[in-house]
Design a protein around this ligand. Structure first.
Ligand code: LLP
Length: 419
């Protein structure tokens, strides 16, 4: 089900016509649906009914405090990859005790903050990081709960930049040497082994690679058990894909059932997942206004006021995002939808039929709720747009549009250059 639909020819986010938001808040602007966030979270819960589990929403997908609060209110845990994300979870009222800390390059100050906050576990990416976490925990007189992030060497068959579970990726500890590293961890005073973790990639459109990874992970867990290292949490990471174009991923519920099925009979394990995109992606759109049309013998361009700094995915990964007119009824033309940024890589859609919307009309870029705003930058000194959360007939600005003054505030000119 989508919470963004045309009604009487007008695109609505839940019960709010998005043109009203654009008028009052301006463009470019991200619009999120609270109901959609809840739908996705609850669809996972449904599939996991009867299985011990914890959903740890992956904050990197969309880290707005309102989104985090909405999910915390549903009972969600969180997956963070920086001290900054942990601070967001805490600020949003999320429970650090249900928060896992992933990422290949955790700094000592971040490790300290996470131990002090009482996180559920660190997903440890390397032997060197394990030593560091041990040392920081000892300094604090505490034991840090850890899982080792295992690289199960499963091919997720997704975009190479977001495949993480292959041997060639920078992530995790090769599964063959996991036992050795667990044994070493067991001897560390500052470490408490609680879990095993993996994350094989993102935007996967089949459950099969996940099920295969569960098999490899549970075989490892059995070996650890035999070695006297009991594992309580199996974290399977994130990665369920969404529909951007014509993909056919399993539903949240189907995927959850497939994972739960692969774990049947293992009552001592609590299954964790770290979904990001599948919670936030189709809960958000990017609203933008058409500035100009231009064309030459070869091509047509629809120039809009959103650019690669607002939504990096098309430029960075060649990703497809649906583009629809906010007011239905205009023709389509074969064109590129491009932003104002000074490089050819700045496009939102390329060489496809797009709305022939006129200057001043609004268009919506779909499936933009995940890795949209969080990857936005200030390239070309473009203030980042506003974020809005819709709930039924109401909406709230949950992040104000940045101003140029705010962007310049942190900069200064050294005395030697003073005039
Ligand atoms: N857990 C870990 C350890 C991860 O590295 C990621 C994503 C997730 C969970 C969440 O994965 P998801 O459920 O969202 O697939 N910027 C890229 C995606 C990068 C994903 C990085 N890791 C994009 O826009 O497609």
């Amino acid at each position: 089900m989508t919470r963004f639909e045309h009604r009487n020819g007008e695109l609505h986010a839940e019960d709010v016509p998005v043109s009203r938001i654009a008028e009052e808040v301006g463009t470019p602007c991200y619009v999120y649906s609270l109901a959609a966030l809840r739908d996705h979270y609850r669809a996972y819960k449904k599939g996991f009914a009867g299985t011990r589990h914890l959903i740890c929403y992956s904050v990197k997908a969309n880290s707005n405090l309102a989104v985090l609060r909405a999910l915390a209110n549903e009972g969600s845990g969180f997956d963070v990859v920086s001290g900054g994300e942990l601070a967001r979870v805490i600020r949003a009222g999320g429970d650090p005790g249900q928060t896992v800390f992933s990422g290949v390059g955790k700094r000592p100050d971040e490790i300290r903050a996470a131990i002090e906050a009482g996180i559920l576990m660190f997903n440890v990416e390397s032997p060197a990081e394990l030593d560091r976490i041990n040392a920081v925990a000892l300094e604090l007189g505490k034991r840090a709960p850890v899982a080792l992030r295992i690289n199960p060497d499963v091919d997720p068959k997704t975009h190479p930049y977001i495949s993480t579970g292959l041997k060639t990726a920078k992530f995790g500890i090769p599964i063959e040497r996991a036992l050795e590293d667990y044994l070493r961890a067991r001897g560390m005073e500052g470490i408490e082994i609680v879990g095993a973790d993996c994350h094989i990639g993102s935007q996967l459109t089949s459950s099969d690679p996940f099920v295969e990874a569960v098999g490899r992970m549970t075989r490892l867990i059995d070996r650890l058990d035999e070695a006297g290292i009991p594992i309580r949490f199996l974290d399977m990471g994130g990665g369920l894909g969404i529909v951007y174009d014509d993909e056919k991923p399993p539903s949240h519920t189907e995927y959850a059932r497939a994972l739960a099925g692969a774990l049947e009979g293992r009552e001592n394990l609590t299954l964790l997942i770290e979904p990001g995109r599948s919670i936030a992606g189709n809960a958000g759109i990017l609203l933008t206004e058409v500035l100009y049309h231009k064309g030459n013998d070869e091509k047509n361009f629809v120039v809009v006021d959103a650019a690669m700094n607002d939504l990096a995915r098309p430029s960075l990964y060649g990703s497809f995002h649906g583009v629809v007119p906010v007011r239905q009824g205009c023709d389509e033309i074969q064109a590129d939808v491009v932003g104002p940024i000074c490089e050819t890589g700045d496009f939102i859609a390329r060489d496809r039929p797009v709305p022939a919307a006129a200057s001043g009309d609004l268009i919506a870029v779909l499936s933009a709720g995940a890795y949209g705003f969080t990857m936005a930058s200030n390239y070309n000194t473009r203030p980042r747009g506003a974020e809005v959360l819709v709930d039924g007939v109401r909406y709230d600005v949950v992040r104000r549009r940045e101003t140029v003054d705010q962007l310049l505030e942190l900069e200064s000119v050294p005395a030697g250059l003073e005039r």
